[in-house]
Design a protein around this ligand. Structure first.
Ligand code: SF4
Ligand code: SF4
Length: 293
């Protein structure tokens, strides 16, 4: 039996294209949804959605080494072999330790412990309309954001109710491991781009990635009037590759103002609300075309 909801992931390649603004707008305009912020290295969708946290979970990204000073005989061997330079004066710097475990194996006195370390927090929240919202924060210097993205999605989807029709995922930037984790299970990806050289470059790289995973995508061109020539190139590229342009939005300083004020653009600007509502209708049509229940 198929699932009852459609999972939409919003990506952009580089930051600053308006991805989170669109995610926040969709979250505001769509009913019967859950929302997940998978940009775990720089989560900021919560600043727009202003959720109420109802649960906080610890996240463990991997293992770290720790010297037991009682058993340590100060031979210095571990310090000399740690290629991450994490050990000094018989102490291990937890931020520098990469958890390779080599020092644990070579210590002649079994004085180094190896255990799970807490790398961040995962937050379960409710929005004003009682929808669930999930986001996470890695501690400074912690890696493994791909694992945290998988964890936050697993948490969000584990008890999803049959009433939910949409899962809206604000994806991470780039095309690396966290993005791969964010698009796992996606029904459709919305790529928010802008008519700049880096915008079209990132769009092409993302579309190649999605093609590998056989995930359908549509494009929103934000600030489409900034550079007509590149905007035309995006249209041309999309047409050749059979990718629908599901919407365009002209450059509007209200987007930046809303972001600075932590406001949701569709709640502070009626014209933009109408524009994004129209895009949403087009998006829903495209998603329904691609899903066979
Ligand atoms: S190798 Fe073991 S005994 Fe030697 S300094 Fe390191 S922790 Fe201490
Ligand atoms: S686990 Fe690896 S990185 Fe961490 S202190 Fe030991 S040798 Fe260095």
């Amino acid at each position: 039996m198929g699932k009852d909801y459609k999972q939409i992931v919003i990506l952009s390649g580089k930051g600053g294209t308006g991805k989170t603004t669109f995610s926040g707008a969709f979250a505001s305009l769509i009913n019967k949804k859950i929302v997940i912020d998978c940009d775990v290295d720089a989560a900021n969708l919560h600043l727009i959605l202003k959720p109420k946290i109802i649960n906080r979970y610890d996240f463990s990204g991997g293992k770290k080494a720790l010297i037991d000073n009682f058993n340590c005989q100060q031979c210095g061997l571990c310090e000399s072999i740690c290629r991450f330079d994490a050990i000094h004066n018989y102490e291990i710097d937890q931020l520098s330790c990469e958890g390779c475990g080599f020092c644990v194996r070579i210590c002649p006195y079994n004085a180094i412990k190896f255990g799970s370390s807490q790398s961040g927090h995962l937050f379960e929240c409710v929005l004003e309309d009682e929808s669930k919202f999930y986001y996470a924060k890695l501690f400074p210097g912690e890696g493994n954001s791909g694992k945290l993205v998988s964890e936050i999605k697993r948490k969000a989807l584990e008890n999803i109710s049959g009433e939910i029709k949409w899962v809206i995922v604000d994806g991470p930037p780039g095309i690396g491991c966290p993005v791969n984790a964010s698009i796992a299970g996606a029904d459709y990806v919305v790529i928010v781009t802008e008519p700049t050289v880096s915008g079209i470059h990132d769009l092409k790289r993302l579309l190649q990635l999605l093609n590998t995973f056989k995930i359908k995508a549509g494009v929103i061109i934000n600030k489409n009037d900034l550079n007509k020539s590149i905007s035309d190139q995006i249209y041309e590229y999309a047409e050749i590759h059979n990718i629908p342009v599901i919407g365009t939005i002209p450059y509007n300083t209200d987007f930046v103002k809303a972001l600075i004020n932590g406001a949701n653009i569709v709640e502070s600007n009626n014209k933009v609300r109408e524009e994004i509502s129209d895009i949403l209708i087009g998006l829903e049509q495209e998603v329904n075309k691609t899903i066979n229940y």
